[in-house]
Design a protein around this ligand. Structure first.
Ligand code: UDP
Length: 328
């Protein structure tokens, strides 16, 4: 049986495809290549198109024996979502609803869904537990939380079991050096810092230094993209073995401030990396750190790349060797 990876040509999706291929799984990929890259796919059967295209979904499910779906296809920029909330509700909720309809019609019973730490909003305590309050501070988090709720009702009505994985900050690149992070425009902290190290950008802007944290800058829990992909493999195995629907955080359980990340990148790259304080970015909570105890106990997950140095080193290898990202 094959696994359908939606958004498989994107940053996390392409690392997922790499892990699935390594495990000998049959992989089918659907991506509209709006943000994804054809070159990021190391194998699998590729369909170019959009999740909102029901005819295409029917074709994909008819042409392949798919027993499970992993869904990465979404818009995922916190700042943009505040400015364009309807884009987020339409794309992130609409496309998953369409996918679920096709899964219902074609009797596909398992889905691993990319959710996010942004579902929590400003956390009530740290580390964040899955049962903590979910009051998103931005439409991106709100759209993912809405899908989590939709998944619950689809399980109830159609018996589609799900694992919603709430990622903290995905970072790093594959150790094989072949795939990495390439967004355009780039908006994520670590790749932007590395662009400064490469001389492609003059300085990194630190979005706010007046947060209630030790150095005043936002604290995040950075998790290696291959560790994320591995959690999906375990979630898939569990669902295929009859495991019940579940929501799990995925993080390293350790937080680093924006200033600390810049400092580690200076050490790893040996470059100066100029930084400047800028106003806060809308929708950013001060601190997000995961408790991943549930992923450990329920999925048997254990991150391998659990130091920020290691995460930044793998990202640096990719950016150094691919200063302009994938060939256009
Ligand atoms: N950030 C920053 N400068 C940048 C980009 C990001 O200070 O140019 C901060 C951002 O405010 C957040 C953290 O870095 O606190 C991580 O942001 P990123 O966009 O990488 O991931 P997100 O937390 O939005 O998923």
């Amino acid at each position: 049986m094959a696994i359908l990876v939606c958004g498989g040509a994107g940053y996390i999706g392409s690392h997922m495809v790499a892990e699935l291929l390594e495990k000998g799984e049959e992989v089918v990929i659907l991506d509209n290549l709006e943000k994804g890259h054809r070159q990021a796919l190391l194998g699998g059967k590729f369909y170019e198109g959009d999740l909102r295209d029901s005819n295409l979904l029917d074709l994909v499910f008819n042409e392949n024996k798919i027993d499970a779906v992993i869904d990465f296809a979404a818009d995922s920029l916190v700042g943009e979502s505040v400015v364009e909330p309807l884009k987020y509700f339409e794309n992130n909720i609409g496309s998953t609803v369409n996918l679920l309809k096709a899964m219902r019609d074609h009797k596909v019973r398992h889905i691993v869904f990319s959710s996010t730490a942004a579902t929590y909003g400003e956390p009530e305590s740290i580390p964040i537990l899955e049962e903590d309050k979910t009051i998103p501070t931005n439409p991106y988090g709100e759209s993912k939380l809405a899908v989590e709720k939709i998944l619950k009702w689809c399980d109830n009505a159609y018996g589609i079991t799900y694992t919603a994985l709430r990622y903290f900050n995905a970072a790093g690149a594959h150790v094989n050096g072949k795939i990495g992070e390439d967004h355009s425009p780039e908006s994520h902290l670590i790749p932007l810092i590395l662009e400064v190290a490469l001389g492609k950008r003059e300085k990194i802007m630190i979005f706010g230094d007046d947060y209630p944290t030790e150095d005043g800058t936002c604290v995040r829990d950075y998790i290696h993209v291959t560790d994320l992909a591995n959690a999906h493999l375990l979630a898939l195995k569990r669902l295929r073995n009859g495991g019940k629907s579940i929501i799990c955080n995925l993080g390293n359980g350790e937080g680093f401030s924006v200033k600390e990340v810049i400092e580690v990148a200076r050490k790893v790259t040996g470059q100066v990396i100029k930084a400047e304080i800028a106003p806060r970015r809308a929708g950013d909570p001060a601190v997000l750190i995961a408790s991943s105890d549930r992923a450990t106990s329920e999925l048997g997950w254990k991150p391998k790349y659990n130091s920020i140095e290691n995460i930044i080193e793998t990202a640096w290898e990719w950016h150094k060797n691919n200063p302009n990202g994938y060939e256009k």
